[in-house]
Design a protein around this ligand. Structure first.
Ligand SMILES: *Cc1c(COP(=O)(O)O)cnc(C)c1O
Length: 578
C-alpha cells in the first residue's frame, strides 16, 4: 500500500451510531453500520491510528419474524455484552435537561493483519443511579421518539468526547462523523475552544478552530434520512445555555436543529460515499463543497472460505494488500467455477436447513438482500409475472433468494416484503422464490458469495452507494443493477455484470426498468449462463479483478487518509513559523 510509514496526523476518533463488528454483536441495522465495522477493520490492517465510538444498543437492532404471507414482526435481539466486550473502568456524565446521566463504556479491540489494535468503545447508560428512563437511552438503535433519539445523540456525541478525554486521548484528535447522528460532538469542542480563547461566545475563529478537527461523511440523498429536531425539544434536552450557544453559532434553521447542517458547518472535509452521491449532495447543501470517496468492504471479512482459499493459493498477498486481487485475472476459470460452486452449496444448504426448500444447484440463482424499504424496489422484478414465467419456461430456469429486514416503523418496507411473498406464491409453479428471515452479516456473507447474480433495483438516485454488490464482486458474483451509487463506477457491461435501464428515462418509469431487466435476462444473461458457461466464468473472474481489487475499505481508507485526514494533519501540525 502507498500509505506513509508514519502518518502525519493524530488519532482519528470515528463516531458512528451503529457499528457492525460481528454477527454476535447485533448493534447495527444495515449498510451504515457494516461500513463502520469494515472501516475500523481496515484501519487495524493498515495501522491507521483510529478509535471507534458507538452506543451499546442492549436490545440489539431486532430479530425479524415473517409469517406465511410475509407479515413482519419483531422482537428485541437481546445479547450479553459481557460475553464479547470488556468493561472499561472509566465513566463520564452528560447533562440531559437538569439530570446528570452517567455513562459507562465497554471495549472491543480489533486486531489487524500486522497486530495493530483499534479499540471500539460502546457507551452504556444502564448504570445504577440513573433514572429508569435514562437507563434505557442506549437500548434501542433507531427506536423511540424524537426526545429519546436526541438523548441518544447527546450521549453519543457529547458523552463520546468526554469519554475519549478521560481515556487520555490527546487534543489533536480528528473527529470523523459517520453520518450526522454524532454531530453534537462539535458542541463540547466549541465550548472548549471558546473557553480557551476567552471570548465568551463563539466567534468565526472559534468555529474555524473546531472545523480543523472535524470530518463528516454524509450517507443518504433521501431527505428523511437526515435527523432534524424541533427547537423546543433541543432547548428541553440541552438546556437554555447550550441552545443559545448553538443559536449564536447559527445552527438554528427553520425552527429546528438539523444534524446534517450542524456537521457540515463544523467540518473541514465533507464527503459523500460514491462519485454520483458527492454530486447530488453538493446540490442538496448549497455553500458546502462535498467531495466523494466511494465506499468499500473489508475484503477478508466478506470473501467466502472457498474463494479465500483460492486467492491464498494464487495471490497470497491479497489479504495484506487488496490491490493484488487485480491478478485474479490469471486464475484458471475452472478453479473459479469450482470455488464458486462450493460457496453456492454452502448457501443452498442453509436455505434447505432454514426453509426445507431444495433449490437446484445448476439453476441460475439471483440474490437480492438489503434493507426492505420502498426506494429499494424489492418488487421491481415482479412487475410482469407472466413474462417472468415465460422466461423461466422458454429461455432457461432461474430461482431467487431474498433477504432483508424492514425498520419496525417502515410500513412501506413491510409492504415490500409482503409483495415478494405474494409474487413467490403466484410463481410457485415456475420460478422458486425464497425469502430468508433475519438478514444479518452472516447471512449477507453467504448470500453475496453463493448466488450467481446479484440483483439491485433502487429508484435513482436514492442509493448513495450500496455495498452488498461489492461483497458479491469479491466473490466473483457479477451485479445486475440499476445504474446508481457505486455501480455507476463499477459497471462494465459484460465484464463486471449488467446494467438495468438507463438515465435517458425518468427514474420513476418503473416499466422501462422492468422491461430492460426482462430483456437482458432473456437475450444476454440466461443464454450466457446456460449456453456459454466459460464466458460466464470469465465475467466472474473479471469482476474479481476489476471490482474486488478496488471496491474495498483498504482503498477507501487510504483515500480518507490522503484526502481527509492527512491534509488536516498537515494543517494541525504546522508550526507557527512554518
Ligand atoms: C452489506 C450489508 C448491508 C448493506 O447492503 P446494501 O447493498 O448497501 O444495501 C446491509 N445489511 C447487511 C447485514 C449487510 O451485510
Amino acid at each position: 500500500m502507498f500509505l506513509p510509514a508514519k502518518m502525519a496526523f493524530g488519532t482519528v476518533a470515528y463516531f458512528s451510531m451503529e457499528i457492525g463488528l460481528q454477527p454476535e454483536i447485533p448493534t447495527y441495522s444495515g449498510g451504515l453500520g457494516v461500513l463502520a465495522g469494515d472501516t475500523l477493520r481496515s484501519a487495524a490492517d493498515l495501522g491507521v491510528p483510529m478509535v471507534g465510538v458507538t452506543l451499546l444498543h442492549r436490545q440489539g437492532y431486532m430479530r425479524q419474524y415473517l409469517d406465511a404471507q410475509g407479515n413482519q414482526t419483531e422482537s428485541p435481539e437481546v445479547w450479553n455484552p459481557a460475553e464479547v466486550l470488556e468493561p472499561v473502568p472509566h465513566s463520564v456524565t452528560v447533562t440531559l435537561e437538569d439530570r446528570q446521566v452517567q455513562i459507562r463504556a465497554w471495549r472491543y479491540v480489533l486486531r489487524g493483519t500486522n497486530g495493530h489494535a483499534v479499540p471500539v468503545y460502546f457507551l452504556d447508560t444502564a448504570v445504577d443511579g440513573n433514572s429508569p428512563f435514562d437507563q434505557t437511552i442506549t437500548d434501542n438503535l433507531y427506536g423511540g421518539d424524537q426526545y429519546y433519539r436526541l438523548c441518544q445523540e447527546v450521549v453519543l456525541g457529547i458523552g463520546g468526547v468526554a469519554l475519549l478525554r478521560v481515556l487520555g486521548y490527546e487534543n489533536h484528535l480528528i473527529y470523523h462523523m459517520n453520518e450526522g447522528h454524532s454531530a453534537l460532538l462539535t458542541l463540547p469542542l466549541l465550548e472548549r475552544q471558546v473557553a480557551t480563547a476567552g471570548s465568551g461566545f463563539p466567534t468565526d475563529q472559534d468555529i474555524e478552530a473546531v472545523r480543523r478537527h472535524c470530518v463528516f461523511t454524509t450517507h443518504t440523498p433521501v431527505p428523511a434520512g437526515h435527523d432534524k429536531f424541533p427547537w423546543e425539544i433541543v432547548r428541553q434536552v440541552l438546556g437554555p445555555g447550550r441552545t443559545a450557544f448553538l443559536e449564536e453559532a447559527r445552527c438554528c434553521m427553520q425552527g429546528s436543529l438539523n444534524m446534517t447542517y450542524l456537521a457540515l458547518r463544523f467540518s473541514r472535509y465533507i464527503n459523500g460515499v460514491a462519485m454520483r452521491h458527492g454530486e447530488i449532495s453538493t446540490g442538496m447543501f448549497p455553500g458546502y463543497p462535498v467531495n466523494a470517496i466511494t465506499n468499500g468492504v473489508h475484503a477478508a471479512t466478506w470473501t467466502a472460505p472457498a474463494l479465500a482459499e483460492l486467492y491464498d493459493r494464487h495471490i497470497p498477498e491479497w489479504r495484506l494488500d487488496n490491490f493484488y486481487l487485480r491478478y485474479a485475472i490469471g486464475i484458471p476459470l475452472h478453479e473459479i467455477q469450482q470455488a464458486h460452486l462450493q460457496a453456492k452449496q454452502a448457501l443452498l444448504a442453509v436455505v434447505r436447513q432454514r426453509t426445507g426448500i431444495e433449490l437446484a444447484e445448476k439453476t441460475l440463482t439471483l440474490g437480492f438482500a438489503r434493507r426492505a424499504t420502498a426506494y429499494k424496489r424489492q418488487d421491481l422484478l415482479f412487475t410482469d409475472l407472466e413474462r417472468l414465467r415465460w422466461l423461466a419456461q422458454q429461455i432457461g430456469p432461474f430461482q431467487i433468494i431474498y433477504g432483508g429486514k424492514a425498520h419496525p416503523q417502515d410500513l412501506g418496507g413491510k409492504d415490500m416484503i409482503r409483495r415478494v411473498f405474494a409474487a413467490a406464491q403466484a410463481l410457485a409453479d415456475a420460478v422458486p422464490v425464497v425469502y430468508l428471515e433475519n438478514y444479518d452479516m452472516a447471512l449477507g456473507k453467504l448470500m453475496c458469495a453463493g448466488v450467481d447474480l446479484w440483483l439491485n433495483t433502487p429508484l435513482r438516485p436514492q442509493e448513495a452507494s450500496g455495498t452488498s454488490g461489492m461483497k458479491a464482486a469479491l466473490n466473483g458474483v457479477p451485479s445486475f443493477s440499476v445504474l446508481d451509487g457505486w455501480w455507476i463506477e463499477g459497471h462494465v457491461e459484460n465484464v463486471t455484470g449488467w446494467s438495468i435501464g438507463n438515465s435517458s428515462y425518468p427514474p420513476e418509469d418503473y416499466t422501462h426498468d422492468a422491461n430492460s431487466l426482462y430483456e437482458k435476462l432473456e437475450r444476454v444473461i440466461l443464454p450466457l449462463f446456460y449456453g456459454r458457461p466459460e464466458r460466464y466464468a470469465q465475467v466472474r473472474r473479471s469482476t474479481i479483478a476489476l471490482n474486488g481489487s478496488f471496491f474495498n475499505t483498504q482503498r477507501m481508507l487510504s483515500q480518507y487518509v490522503m484526502n481527509a485526514y492527512e491534509v488536516q494533519g498537515r494543517v494541525l501540525d504546522r508550526q507557527p513559523d512554518d
